[in-house]
Design a protein around this ligand. Structure first.
Ligand SMILES: Cc1cc2nc3c(=O)[nH]c(=O)nc-3n(C[C@H](O)[C@H](O)[C@H](O)COP(=O)(O)OP(=O)(O)OC[C@H]3O[C@@H](n4cnc5c(N)ncnc54)[C@H](O)[C@@H]3O)c2cc1C
Length: 557
């Protein structure tokens, strides 16, 4: 057992990992991280293994909402909505600075569904499940005052209501980091290649590999929890003949906030298919999403938005905000994620259930489906099953806060209270140390973002192995700046170099790899490449080829 008094390890050398554990958790997304946190809190010796980086999968590619989901209410999923709303309220209380309230507007148009009566009923129920009356009906003129750029034709008024938002990757990181501080071990870039079984076919551990150096090894535990999201059936084929994982892709485009001034988020129905679209202010940008379609690509590769999805989201924006004439070339980037949806048949993607499932098989517990918002519920359900295989069982603490409570200490000086709150939300108690040690320079924000330099510097110490771990997940520069942070790379190298210990060649390779990832998986189909990409040599090869083609012609003349 782990008594919680000695700290665990983040990315220890592979050979230092002890061979025996109480619980092995496979998958470092929100589901695995939530289970890891609960397992360590319950006193178990737990290890978390992730194939790529922590939160590399769907958990860094969500709409970043901590929400009940009005949609689920419409589908009669009262329990899912109630659980989600309760979790939202708890996270708002327990993780200020990381999970923050978000006001929404919802316009109503003549002849469009759902109408005022249905929405009044739905939003009243939503309020009752949460924290009393929060929604309000706004008359047409008031609505227009709040959203002057909105399409006015047919507008009859609308609602305002509340949900919450988060930095999804940082939520995963905070769970992992606090579990490690309390004795858990977490290792990224270490895929589980196979399950180990005994003569009775009981699962006894995993065979894994460090992709950093190719070292392989076996780890043993009486229970293995499979939290590999949309890839869960690779380790545990569905025991239900008619229910299987159906990977459904959802994509977003990101716009700079000046293109679409928003006092708060807005949700509206897409004119093509009546699906709800979210337009959300996030970290100084605007997120627009999402799509919902079958994803047939390799699940071990970064998903990518298709041209059709980009066109669909732009069509939605044009319908909602016609006067702004928004264009694809104004976008900063796109990102795509794959929903782990357990499907019973051939329903349209958006009608598939977002409930989670638990499958148990002789020492293997698989948990998949669900939402970011309800990660704690998934963790409780998975742990309850896991206890069946652990000698002596265990108990879950459902009452204590998920994160160690922190008291925000104002820094004074030029640092705004919001920035201090942000640091405590993302780093918990560690924020006090960061603030104490930070130089004035570290407390500057990176141009065009809310990100402080201290977050980049600290990110470099948070178990990163690649440059994209730092710039896409520890901080989100890849999504927030038009250049994906490329213009800052010299400065980043200077400030983070001492903790990363990469030589010149490695930095060069990492920069190249990062640019390629940005271009391949975070570009916007149909938009010209970022000017920085051209400057940094992305198109050099292509231009080189064009020159070669042109040269013989010139020589002839
Ligand atoms: C577009 C979109 C928008 C969404 N928006 C919201 C939202 O606003 N709010 C909300 O509550 N929910 C939202 N969701 C749902 C939510 O994001 C997902 O339910 C959640 O992130 C799934 O987390 P997970 O940990 O189960 O999976 P993942 O985050 O995918 O994590 C699984 C991890 O397992 C790893 N892995 C796989 N195989 C192995 C192996 N063999 N060995 C080791 N590691 C392995 C993967 O690399 C991956 O990192 C959204 C989903 C999508 C797609």
């Amino acid at each position: 057992m782990n008594d919680g008094t000695s700290a665990g390890q983040l990315n220890p050398p592979f050979d230092d990992i002890p061979p025996h554990w109480d619980i092995i958790i496979v998958g470092g997304g929100i589901t695995g991280a939530g289970i890891f946190r609960e397992a360590v809190r319950a006193g178990f010796r737990a290890i978390l293994l992730e194939e790529f980086d922590f939160s590399w999968g769907t958990s860094s590619r969500s709409s970043k909402l901590v929400h009940g989901g009005l949609r689920y209410l419409r589908e009669g999923k009262f329990f899912l909505t109630k659980a989600s709303v309760e979790e939202r309220q708890r996270l708002l209380r327990e993780a200020p600075g990381l999970v923050e309230p978000l006001g929404f507007l919802l316009p109503l148009y003549e002849g469009r569904h759902p109408g005022r009566t249905i929405l009044t009923a739905g939003l009243s129920l939503y309020d009752m499940m949460g924290s009393g009356k929060k929604h309000r009906f706004l008359e047409r003129e008031e609505f227009i005052t709040l959203m002057p750029h909105l399409r006015r034709e047919g507008l009859t008024g609308g609602f305002s209501f509340y949900d919450a938002q988060v930095d999804d990757a940082r939520l995963v990181l905070r769970l992992i980091s606090e579990a490690v501080q309390n004795g858990g071990w977490a290792v990224n870039y270490t895929p589980v290649r196979a399950l180990l079984r005994d003569d009775m076919n009981r699962v006894t551990g995993v065979a894994c590999e460090s992709t950093e150096d190719g070292t392989t090894g076996e780890l043993r535990a009486p229970v293995v929890i499979n939290a590999t999201g949309c890839r869960a059936e690779e380790l545990h084929p569905s025991p239900e003949r008619h229910r299987h994982l159906r990977p459904l892709r959802g994509s977003h485009i990101v716009l700079p906030s000046w293109t679409l001034p928003l006092p708060q988020a807005i949700t509206f129905m897409h004119p093509q298919d009546g699906r709800p679209i979210f337009v959300i202010p996030w970290e100084g940008t605007i997120l627009v999403g999402t799509t919902d379609l079958d994803h047939h690509d390799d699940l071990g590769k970064e998903p990518t938005m298709s041209p059709g999805e980009a066109a669909y989201l732009m069509e939605g924006l044009a319908d909602c905000f016609p006067v702004l004439s928004l264009r694809l070339d104004q976008t900063l980037c796109s990102f795509a994620g794959v929903r782990p949806v357990v499907s019973e048949g051939n329903r349209p993607p958006s009608e598939e259930s977002r409930d989670h499932v638990i499958w148990t098989d002789n020492g293997l517990v698989t948990v998949t489906g669900g939402k970011l918002t309800t990660f704690r519920r998934l963790a409780w359900d998975a742990m309850k099953e896991a206890f069946r295989f652990i000698p002596g069982g265990g108990s879950i603490d459902r009452e204590s806060p998920i994160f160690e409570p922190v008291r925000t200490v104002p820094r004074g000086g030029s640092l705004r209270d919001a920035a201090v709150r942000r640091l405590f939300g993302r780093y918990g108690r560690k924020a006090a140390v960061l603030l104490e040690q930070a130089s004035q320079d570290d407390l500057e924000t990176l141009l065009g973002t809310n990100v402080l330099w201290i977050e980049v510097v600290e990110g470099a110490r948070e178990g990163i192995r690649r440059l994209d771990d730092l710039l896409l997940r520890r901080v989100r520069l890849g999504l927030l700046r038009a250049d994906g942070g490329i213009e800052l790379l010299d400065d980043i190298e200077k400030r983070c170099g001492p903790s990363m210990k990469w030589d010149r060649r490695r930095w060069k390779e990492e920069r190249k790899r990062y640019r390629e990832i940005l271009e391949l998986s975070y570009g916007v189909p149909g938009r010209a490449p970022r000017p920085e990409a051209v400057k940094e040599g992305f198109l050099e090869k292509g231009i080189g080829r064009i020159r070669k083609v042109l040269r013989p012609g010139r020589q002839r003349s």
